[in-house]
Design a protein. Structure first.
Lengths: 109, 816
């Protein structure tokens, strides 16, 4: 796995998210109340809403467009809705954050 | 001819007396009051919640200035009476005012007892009696230093808990072996000490104060055994003495207090006394319930009904420290002729003890679980023979024959004359009569009409059960739907508890109210954030992560993730300069769509998030601020052209609309608020389907509210007609504030109004000037913090991270 540095944990507010721009579209990186970090595609499985703009609660985010709730751990929609979004491996090393864009990079290269 | 009634002291007893008197005989007397404290009548009992921060002083005022004006009563604030001349029938104040009386009432209350030790006069030594004491304590608490409270009784413990809440390091010194020994037996005293210590307050019993030490100010307290406890604040709460100096100097008969008969007359028939300063039948009192009875008797006599007489009764003691439940009534010394029943549940911290004499209850101590207090108290008061239920007595009322384990059944089983509210002496029958007779459906209604649960509030649960019993399904607080899956509490309960417990942050709410999730959800978090913003405008730090994206970035998210931007156009007015600025912004940022909205202003749609700060920067230079088209807050105030241009216009509707919008912009509300002002009943601004609307007429301004034109369609209701533009503004602001304080999150005004009742809203806003002013003032206060243009803040760099990706990756590697 190739880890790409994206900044530090302090760049993301608790219970918030920031985006990372990649050639394949935006990746949303989340930080929960207890400082766990997750990354998923910034693209809601419902109608493509920007998940990074949603409200973060526990390890889930509520999409700002029509309130689907997406699990940050699995990328799956919770509750009655069905659908899922790609999760991306993240690593926290001290304060530094890395994501593994593996497949993306090989495509780009 | 009306007689002159002069009252010395403006405390809780004479305040209540005047209420009864004004009801029975409004025109009998010309009333003048002298009060040594420089303020109106307030609920002294509630000083502890003010000290701990659960309430503001304004919330505990009983009679505001308006009340005295309305009833034509002259109140001399800060005037201490220094002499009574019984020959001339006059009183004289320390500021030299002399006032003649036909009837005089002395209600000077008590003075705190100060133990005569060296150092008692040092700065930093306080008593606990009035608002000045509380303010002095709050000032001292700012240093977060050490405080010593001398006295482990009711007042001392309330003071200690309050100071601890305010961040001080507190030690309570108590001379006896257990706390509150006059009201509690040693076992309950021990549990109380444990509960107090669990809050981080140190307790030293058998501590005999020898001196207060310090050089020029308090530095510590020295005990008889030589120990010195360092302190910068010392509160003495060791007891009170009836304040009878004045009466004694005037030659009235005094003993422990000012001696009065059971009709409240002193030894001089032209002078009455009541309250803590009075001694009736050899007793003096220090809790409000008997004082309120005195007030009733005194008022009856003043209005010419001598039949009512004061009778002695015992009052239960309760401690007003959140989380410590304690109830005590009567006598519980051991004795050969006495029997007792005890129940302990150590794990739950519960202790109950009933003392019996000849099969009748003479003493009750409950700690940790006090819901049966009223029932035990009733059995005790009536001297009921309990031999039949002895075996199960201690388990409380629900375990008595037949009623089953239903707490409602317990209340149902109470006799009509069982006392529910101890402070105000209100019995069950009076409450149920008021509910049915006056058609009351809300707790506030019952409080207003009967005063039950309106003083210390500890009987609120009982009153609610009575309402459920009387109203059946139409009042069922338990049936209120919970806010969301994270809690069982409904919005109203959450709002009430936020205030009552002084919760000032979302994690505190979740912790104290037992949230079931660790961090809430997208439903409760924005609601809680609003409630906290509304309730603590100066103290709460807005939690942007709990706001919906539109309110977080101050623009409306679109289906493709871009944003729309709507600047304010005050009252729908604009100018060539503004239009030119908009045109320039549209060109510069390639904004794909520009539209005139249904709210009389211009929307620019399809802006990329990254561009938002720059767009706002340019708009700001032209004088625009955010139109808050995204906010649960004030949106638009639509207007018509009014007297400026229209041949039918009766008032300056454009001007008033702009004035309202400029006054109210920036305020957050439970749901969005839209307003309109039309210059005449032709109503071109469509004011009669708005949350709040004004129809101008020749005679003034007709204020409308509770309209709807979105998901539901509903014409407005008339709030009332006012004469001037100023009044229109005040009434609208007050109405909005009332809605801000009571509305449930996402509940539009028309739904809230339906729930509260139109008449209740009209009564509070149109008829009750004092309340209206209170709402108005609170709105103005919160605007100090809310009226900040969010766009300008972000142009200056606030929340920068919101508008930029944290990193851009992958592209460089691709190029390599
Ligand atoms: C722009 C505008 C339509 C237009 O092009 O004219 C508009 C656009 C939206 N309205 Fe509206 N409403 C607009 C005037 C109205 C009006 C008419 C008015 O204000 O006089 C109404 C009926 C009155 C009322 O408020 O009830 C109206 C009733 C609604 C409702 C139904 C509210 C309800 O409780 O019944 C919603 C849905 C909601 O709020 O949950 C809504 C929601 C929306 C949202 C915010 C949908 C959303 O959640 O994203 C739309 C945002 C579009 C955008 O990004 O700008 N809009 N909307 C108008 C903006 C007015 C302004 O200057 O601020
Ligand atoms: C902190 C605290 C908590 C309490 N908690 C409870 C409780 O939970 N339950 C309960 O039942 N009771 C409680 N009490 C007791 C209750 O507040 C009193 O019993 C009640 O206020 C006494 O009413 P009053 O009218 O006799 O006197 P006060 O309310 O004391 O009023 C007397 C007034 O007379 C004024 N005065 C005195 N001398 C003069 C003069 N010469 N000229 C003009 N004015 C004068 C004083 O300034 C004062 O404002 C508490 C008291 C305190 C201080
Ligand atoms: S009516 Fe309002 S909410 Fe519906 S599509 Fe039009 S702008 Fe959007
Ligand atoms: S796009 Fe996310 S819920 Fe519809």
């Amino acid at each position: 796995m190739i880890w790409t540095s994206i900044g530090t944990i302090n760049d993301i507010p608790r219970r918030g998210a920031r985006c990372v721009a990649t050639p394949q579209g935006k990746v949303a990186v989340f930080r929960t109340a207890d400082d766990k970090i997750y990354a998923i595609d910034d693209h809601c499985p419902h109608k493509g809403g920007p998940l990074s703009q949603g409200i973060v609660h526990d390890a889930a985010v509520t999409c700002p467009l029509h309130n689907w709730v997406i699990s940050l751990e699995t990328g799956k929609a919770l509750g009655p809705d069905e659908g899922s979004v790609r999760t991306i491996p993240v690593r926290l090393d001290g304060d530094n954050l890395f994501i593994a864009l593996g497949r993306l990079e090989s495509q780009a290269a | 001819m009306t007689k002159r009634l002069v009252i010395i002291g403006n405390g809780m007893a004479p305040g209540r007396m005047l209420e009864h008197l004004l009801e029975a005989a409004p025109d009998h007397y010309q009333v003048t009051i002298f009060n040594a404290e420089p303020r109106v009548n307030y609920d002294r009992i509630m000083l502890s919640p003010v000290l701990s921060g659960q309430k503001a002083f304004e919330e505990i005022v009983i009679h505001g200035d308006g009340w005295y004006i309305k009833h034509g009563i002259t109140l001399y604030k800060g005037h201490k009476i220094v002499a009574i001349d019984r020959e001339a029938k006059t009183v004289t104040s320390d500021h030299g005012v002399t006032e003649p009386y036909d009837q005089l009432v002395i209600a000077t209350g008590s003075v705190p007892f100060i133990i005569p030790v060296p150092g008692k006069d040092l700065p930093g030594v306080l008593s606990y009696r009035d608002l000045d004491d509380v303010n002095a304590m709050l000032l001292a608490a700012q240093s977060r230093a050490k405080a010593v409270v001398i006295g482990g009784g009711l007042l001392g413990l309330e003071a200690a808990a309050g100071l601890k809440e305010r961040g001080m390091d507190v030690t309570v010194l108590h001379v006896m072996p257990t706390l509150m020994e006059r009201q509690l037996d040693p076992a309950a005293g021990y549990l109380l000490q444990k509960a107090v210590e669990e809050r981080g307050i140190k307790v030293m019993t058998k501590a005999n104060t020898k001196a207060i030490v310090g050089n020029g100010k308090v530095e510590g307290v020295e005990l008889a055994d030589g120990t010195v406890i360092p302190a910068t604040l010392v509160v003495m709460a060791v007891g009170i003495r009836p304040n009878m100096t004045l009466a004694k100097e005037a030659g009235l008969e005094v003993n422990r207090g000012i001696v009065v008969d059971d009709g409240m007359l002193t030894s001089d028939p032209a002078i009455m006394a009541l309250g803590e300063c009075a001694e009736v039948g050899g007793n003096v009192y220090g809790l409000v319930a008997p004082l309120y009875q005195m007030a009733r008797v005194a008022a009856a006599h003043l209005s010419g009904d001598p039949a009512l007489r004061f009778t002695h009764s015992e009052t239960p003691t309760k401690l007003k420290v959140t989380g410590i439940d304690l109830y005590s009534l009567g006598d519980f010394a051991d004795g050969d002729d006495r029997d007792e029943i005890v129940l302990r549940d150590a794990s739950a911290g519960v202790y109950k003890r009933i003392v019996l004499k000849e099969n009748r209850i003479i003493g009750t101590v409950l700690f940790g679980e006090t819901s049966d207090g009223a029932w035990f108290g009733d059995l005790q008061k009536k001297g009921t023979d309990v031999s039949q239920m002895r075996d199960t007595l201690i388990f409380g009322q629900v375990h008595q024959g037949g009623t089953g384990a239903d707490p409602l059944a317990a209340v149902a089983a109470l006799a009509d004359d069982a006392e529910i509210c101890g402070c105000n002496g209100v019995c069950k029958g009076k409450i149920t009569d008021a509910i049915t007779g006056k058609g009351l459906t809300t707790l506030d209604g019952v409080r207003a009409h009967t005063k039950a649960s309106a003083s210390c509030g500890s009987c609120t649960g009982l009153v609610e059960k009575l309402m459920t019993l009387t109203l059946g399904d139409s009042y069922n607080p338990a049936a209120v739907p919970p806010m969301c899956g994270c809690t069982d509490l409904g919005h109203d309960d959450v709002r009430r508890l936020i205030k009552a417990k002084g919760l000032k942050a979302i994690p505190a709410v979740m912790q104290e109210l037992n949230w079931k999730t660790s961090c809430g959800c997208a439903k409760c978090r924005p609601a809680l954030n609003y409630y906290l913003v509304c309730d603590w405008p100066d103290e709460y730090a807005d939690d942007y992560q709990s706001r919906f994206i539109n309110e977080r970035v101050h623009a409306n998210i679109q289906k493709d993730g871009t944003y729309s931007v709507v600047p304010r156009m005050w009252g729908g007015m604009t100018s060539s300069k503004e239009l030119r600025a908009i045109a320039d912004v549209v060109d510069k940022f390639n904004i794909p769509a520009v539209k005139v909205t249904g709210g009389q202003r211009i929307d620019m749609l399809g802006i990329r998030k990254e561009d938002l700060p720059a767009v706002w920067g340019d708009l700001g230079k032209a004088g625009f601020v955010s139109g808050q088209a995204y906010a649960k807050g004030l949106r638009t105030v639509k207007t018509c052209v009014g007297t400026d241009w229209c041949r039918f216009g009766t008032q300056d509707s454009t001007g008033l609309g702009i004035r309202i919008e400029k006054f109210m912009w920036g305020s957050w509300t439970p749901a969005k608020v839209k307003m309109a002002v039309s210059g005449c009943p032709r109503n071109c601004a469509e004011a009669t389907c708005k949350d709040v609307g004004v129809i101008c007429v020749d005679s003034g301004y007709e204020i409308h509210f509770a309209g709807a034109a979105g998901l539901d369609i509903k014409g407005t209701e008339v709030l009332g007609l006012v004469k001037s533009e100023d009044e229109a503004l005040t009434h609208i602001v007050a109405l909005t504030q009332m809605y801000r304080e009571q509305g449930r999150y996402l509940e539009r005004i028309y739904k809230w109004a339906k729930r509260i009742g139109l008449d209740e809203i009209r009564r509070q806003i149109m008829d009750d000037a004092e309340r209206r002013q209170g709402y108005f003032d609170r709105f103005v206060f919160s605007q100090k913090f809310a009226q900040v243009d969010p766009w300008e803040e972000r142009v200056s760099g606030k929340d920068k991270h919101e508008f930029r990706p944290m990193a851009t990756v992958g592209y460089a590697q691709a190029a390599e």
